[in-house]
Design a protein. Structure first.
Length: 135
């Protein structure tokens, strides 16, 4: 069961591989926590909140995300994301997501997730791979 206001979190220590610099292909970005890693951490927190609702063979997937990354976190910083359940949106699950480091807030926004059949997802991805090869 998932009730309005229920929360879940995810955390880790920022490694060099989590920085904007490490993730940039050829662009020159700084050695600070990458927005894409913050997004992933926020998704992990929301996915953990939905875990009790999953039936065997199901998983949750991200559908929408609207966030702001408001502060830089250095390598070695502790980062934590918290997902707070806001309620349903049709078949989707809405969350307020927030991220923090040792000095305070670093990001916030909203995120929606869906519960799906895991095999259907894998089959659909395989079909797309085949379609790409055929074109």
């Amino acid at each position: 069961m998932l009730n309005l206001g229920d929360t879940a979190d995810a955390s880790f220590v920022v490694q060099p591989s989590d920085t904007a610099k490490a993730l940039s292909a050829q662009d020159d970005f700084p050695d600070v926590f990458a927005t894409s890693r913050m997004v992933a951490l926020m998704e992990f927190a929301a996915a953990r909140a939905l875990k009790p609702l999953l039936q065997p063979g199901q998983m949750s997937v991200g559908v929408t995300l609207n966030i702001r990354h408001t502060a830089a976190t250095p390598i070695g910083g502790n980062v934590r994301a918290v997902a707070t359940y806001l309620g349903p949106d049709g078949k989707l699950f809405r969350f307020k997501v927030q991220a923090f480091d040792d000095a305070g807030p670093i990001g916030e926004g909203e995120h929606t997730r869906a519960i799906i059949d895991a095999e259907r997802l894998v089959t659909g991805a395989a079909r797309r791979k085949h379609d790409l090869r055929s074109s």
